[in-house]
Design a protein around this ligand. Structure first.
Ligand SMILES: NC(=O)c1ccc[n+]([C@@H]2O[C@H](COP(=O)([O-])OP(=O)(O)OC[C@H]3O[C@@H](n4cnc5c(N)ncnc54)[C@H](OP(=O)(O)O)[C@@H]3O)[C@@H](O)[C@H]2O)c1
Length: 267
């Protein structure tokens, strides 16, 4: 099958590209950046900015979707999600429909329907746009990725001596390689609408996840719990980001930390 992976140079996208190539699919990936010299020759690379509304960007979008059987849509920009995730995805869905793409697989987040966080509301709006588009599709909601929790804790630890942590939060970090494997299985199964949630093997208190992180990353700080006000924090405290009954990966937080270098930047 010929596959387009949007955000194919991102954390999840890279693993989807790798898994797709291993499964024998022909891969085209999109990124805003120019093709790096290290890209395997077998992969097609297209430059695409989903937030760009110019005629040239529309042409690039038509070229990106032309001739593909399926799309894994993993591009996202949490800082410009109204423009990139919502409006950019709408343009992608319209182009995919015109090109008669047989399956569009959208990567979403567990709990977007239970949490008023703006980025989550934009992911939910995109899920709904896709469902209403008439495109044959699937939607996979995943819990937070290991790299992302690692990155957030690294940022929190920039404060000297203390680690300010939201009280009552839990995390269920999941491996992007395992999410990619689930996406590849979903491609083989064909369009099925909303799939079962996919999460990491363990729901951990944020405090426990942080203690493990501190011990493996050798970061010494005192943890100070912080009671955050508002509906978003309340949704996290209620466990809206967890999937106790969903499908689960096997890679544990502590093992991922031991086997991966510290995530120092986003993207
Ligand atoms: N991170 C998590 O914990 C988590 C959990 C569940 C679900 N998800 C979802 O999984 C998907 C992938 O997440 P990730 O963690 O792999 O994020 P990521 O590493 O930030 O990858 C997303 C990619 O989107 C691309 N992108 C950003 N703005 C763009 C634009 N204007 N036009 C086109 N491409 C753009 C970027 O690639 P270039 O810089 O190469 O253009 C970026 O690498 C997202 O939809 C996210 O919502 C993430």
């Amino acid at each position: 099958m010929k596959l387009l992976v949007t955000g194919g140079a991102g954390h999840l996208g890279r693993d989807v590209v790798k898994a797709a190539a291993t499964a024998g699919h022909s891969v085209r990936l999109s990124s805003r950046r120019a093709r790096p010299a290290s890209t395997p020759a077998a992969h097609e690379w297209v430059q695409l900015d989903l937030g760009d509304t110019s005629a040239a960007a529309a042409e690039a979008l038509r070229g990106a979707v032309a001739g593909v059987d399926a799309i894994v849509h993993a591009a996202s920009d949490h800082k410009r999600s109204a423009v990139v995730d919502v409006e950019g995805s709408r343009r992608l869905f319209a182009a995919a429909q015109q090109a008669r793409v047989a399956h569009l697989l959208f990567v979403s987040i567990v709990g977007v329907d239970k949490n008023p966080l703006k980025y989550y509301q934009h992911k939910l709006a995109t899920e709904r746009d896709l469902a209403a588009s008439g495109l044959p599709h699937s939607i996979l909601r995943a819990t937070q990725f290991h790299w992302f929790v690692d990155y957030l804790l690294g940022r929190a630890a920039r404060t000297p001596f203390i680690l300010l942590l939201p009280a009552g939060f839990h995390v269920q970090p999941v491996d992007t390689g395992e999410v990619a494997a689930r996406l590849l299985a979903a491609l083989a199964e064909g369009p099925h609408g909303m799939l079962r949630d996919f999460g990491g093997p363990d729901a951990l208190t944020l405090a426990d996840a942080t203690l493990t992180w501190q011990s493996i990353r050798r970061v010494k700080r005192s943890i100070i719990p912080l009671w955050l006000p508002g509906r978003t924090a309340a949704a996290f405290r209620a466990g809206s980001n967890l999937t106790p009954d969903g499908d689960k990966g096997k890679v544990r937080w502590k093992d991922w930390l031991r086997n991966n270098a510290r995530t120092r930047s986003w993207g």
